[in-house]
Design a protein around this ligand. Structure first.
Ligand SMILES: Cc1cc2nc3c(=O)[nH]c(=O)nc-3n(C[C@H](O)[C@H](O)[C@H](O)COP(=O)(O)O)c2cc1C
Length: 339
């Protein structure tokens, strides 16, 4: 073992022990992408895979967990969206399967949800958007936190990973394991966040083009072609019509969305549509769009969610190789630090 590898193992010890994995790298849940194949491959490679429940029904989640268990003996997690109408049924499905880690995403955990998950013996991981919220979540009993910057793919907050890490790690890293996410494409960055006190990291974009990922070939090709500046956040053009910021590759769908916002705003001005209906039209615009891109391969009109690290995705390769590359880069960065 080199000095760098030893240092990396030591810095990842706490995160890996918490996850029950060999390395403290999580593959963040990605709706339609993070299903049985990618999740089991990630966990089998020594990392930690997370099933994206998304809008699945409890029955579908039940099937997906069972299928994942058939493909790996290693621990994996399940990501549940807090506003899912059947959240408590989904928690019960995870409990029945004795899933060890439940990740709650998409907003603050509703009343009773943390308790319900912990009662099953599972650990709860939440996203902390601000330091105040992180402290509140820790007081409520979460077992670990993810802090995710706006470089990430998918739904994003307004602050960059580097700023969140500086603001939050010194205050909370000693209290619970903290995993840093957003914009990580290489191991040197992993080494940096570990040095700052992170217990581990979570990556999404970097794993989309894994051989084991079932994402459509068009989706993977779009990732391999794209550079950082192609992964843009959705823009809101009218203060009356809220748009949830999502980072995705620029395409025709994105341009049409801007046109749609203009059209709806004009219709509002002219009294052609009521406010509630107008907001609903905007909210529903992207419904089914991620599936369209990931599953059907329509990368022009679907939503090709991708983070800014997409420029560092250059080929389709087995997930074990991606992990090995990240670990080698991280170890060599830590090795250099000695000199
Ligand atoms: C295609 C795609 C879909 C995603 N879907 C979800 C999701 O359903 N739930 C969730 O919590 N995060 C989702 N994410 C975020 C990832 O879990 C992860 O936190 C993020 O990708 C990390 O940042 P990175 O893309 O810069 O590596 C998604 C990301 C991508 C790229």
């Amino acid at each position: 073992m080199t000095v760098g590898t030893e240092r990396l193992t030591r810095r990842m010890e706490r995160g890996a022990a918490f996850l029950g994995s060999d390395v403290a790298i999580m593959a963040g849940a990605m709706s339609w992408v993070s299903e049985r194949n990618l999740v089991s491959a990630m966990s089998n490679a020594g990392g930690f895979g997370v099933i994206a429940c998304g809008a699945m029904t409890p029955e579908l989640l039940d099937t997906e967990i069972a299928a994942t268990k058939a493909l790996t003996q290693r621990p994996f997690g399940v990501n549940l969206i807090t506003m899912h109408p059947a959240l408590f049924d989904l928690i019960a499905v995870c409990a029945r399967h004795e899933v060890g880690h439940v990740v709650l995403a998409g907003g603050l955990p509703p009343k009773g949800s943390l308790e319900a998950i912990k009662a099953s013996g599972a650990k709860v991981i939440c996203f902390a958007p601000t330091l105040a919220m992180a402290k509140k979540l820790i007081r409520s009993g979460v077992d670990a936190l993810v802090i995710e910057g706006m470089e990430a793919g998918g739904h994003i907050g307004p602050v960059s990973t580097s700023v969140l890490a500086q603001e939050m790690l010194p205050e909370i890293a000693d209290l619970v394991p903290v995993f840093v996410a957003g914009g990580i494409g290489r191991g040197e960055a992993i080494a940096g966040y570990l040095d700052m006190g992170a217990a581990g990291v979570q990556l999404g974009t970097r794993f989309v083009c894994a051989t084991e990922s079932i994402a459509h070939a068009n989706f993977k090709k779009a990732f391999i072609r794209a550079s950082a500046r192609d992964a843009v956040a959705s823009v809101q053009i009218d203060p009356r019509l809220p748009v949830i910021p999502v980072r995705a590759l620029k395409n025709a769908g994105g341009e049409l969305f801007t046109a749609k916002q203009r059209e709806v705003a004009q219709s509002l001005d002219e009294g052609g549509v009521a406010m509630a209906e107008a907001q609903l039209q905007i909210e529903h615009y992207w419904a089914g769009a991620l599936r369209r891109a990931v599953v059907d391969g329509d990368i022009e009109h679907g939503s090709v969610m991708a983070g800014q690290s997409v420029g560092m995705v250059t080929k389709v390769e087995p997930i074990a190789e991606i992990i090995a590359t990240l670990m080698t880069e991280a170890a060599s960065a830590l090795e250099k630090r000695a000199g």
